[in-house]
Design a protein around this ligand. Sequence first.
Ligand SMILES: [Zn+2]
Length: 304
Amino acid sequence: MPELPEVEAARRGIAEQLLGRVCTGYELYRPRLIAASTGLTLDAIVGDPLEDVGRWGKYLWLVFPEVALLVHLKLTGQLVARGSSIPGFAAGHPVPPYDAPLPHKSTALRLDFAPDARLYLTDVRHFARVQLVLPNELPETLAALRLGPDALGPEFTLDALRRGLARRRGTSIKAALLDQTVVAGLGNIYVDESLWFAQLHPQRPVGSLKDGEVARLYEAIRAILAIAVPIGGAKILNGRAVPTVGEFPYVHGRAGQPCPRCGAAIVKRTIAGRGTYFCPRCQPEPTATGAPVAEQASASVPAS
Ligand SMILES: [Zn+2]
C-alpha cells in the first residue's frame, strides 16, 4: 500500500482538479521528503502552472515549467486535495482518516494552487519521497528506474508478462509479480488478489507455470485492476480487509474468513518476505516438481 490503483486515484484527482492551476506557494514540513540534492528547490514551482501529471507503476509525477516532482508514496503515503473551488479527493494510505484535519502531525508537504486549493502529502511512516528533476530530464530519470510495463497501460500485454516472467523462472510467482521490472504497479495486495483470481498458489515456481496458467494470470491481473481502479483501491485497515465492491478484496486481509469462491478458510503465510493470503483449496500447493497437487474442479469466480 499504496499500489497502482491508489496512485492512479491520486493521478486522476490531480488531473481533474489541479491541472492548469498556478502554484501560489508551498510549505515543506519535512525537508527529508525531498530526495537527493540536484540543486533544484520547490521555489521553482511558485508562480507557475501545473502543466502535466503522470503515473507509471507506483510512481507519480507533477510537471511544472521549471521543475518536475517525481513522487513515490512508499508504504504509507497519502495525497489529499481540499479547497472551496474543488470537490477535493483523497488517495493512498487510509491513515490518517481521509477527513482528518490537515496538516496532520505527519504531513510532509502542502502545495497551494490558485485560487484556494491545497494538496497535502501526509505519511505516517515517513518513507515517501519526492525527487526534483528538470522536466526535460524526467524521461531519463524514469528510464533509470527500469520499470516494467505499467499494469494498466497498453504495453502490458500477455506477451510482455511472458517475457517478464521468463527472466524470473527460478522464483515464486509471488516474488516475480512483486518485481517492478516484470510488471509495474502491483504490490502485496493486488498480487494476492490476482493469484487468487487466477487460482494459482503464490509459491508456484514461475518455471512450473503452463502457458494457459500464465494467460489466466494475465486476465486475472486485468480483472482485479478493473475492479480496484474505479474505486480508488482496496480498503485495508489495520491489516483487515473492508469489503467495498461485492466481496473485493477477496483474500488479502481476510485470514480465517471463508474463501468467496469455495468457502475454505483463507490462509496467511509469509511468502517472498511478505504476509501473503491465499485459499488453500482453490490455489493448490505446489509439489516438489513445482506443479500443483491437484487441479481443482472448475470453480467459477464470483460476480463482483
Ligand atoms: Zn477457495
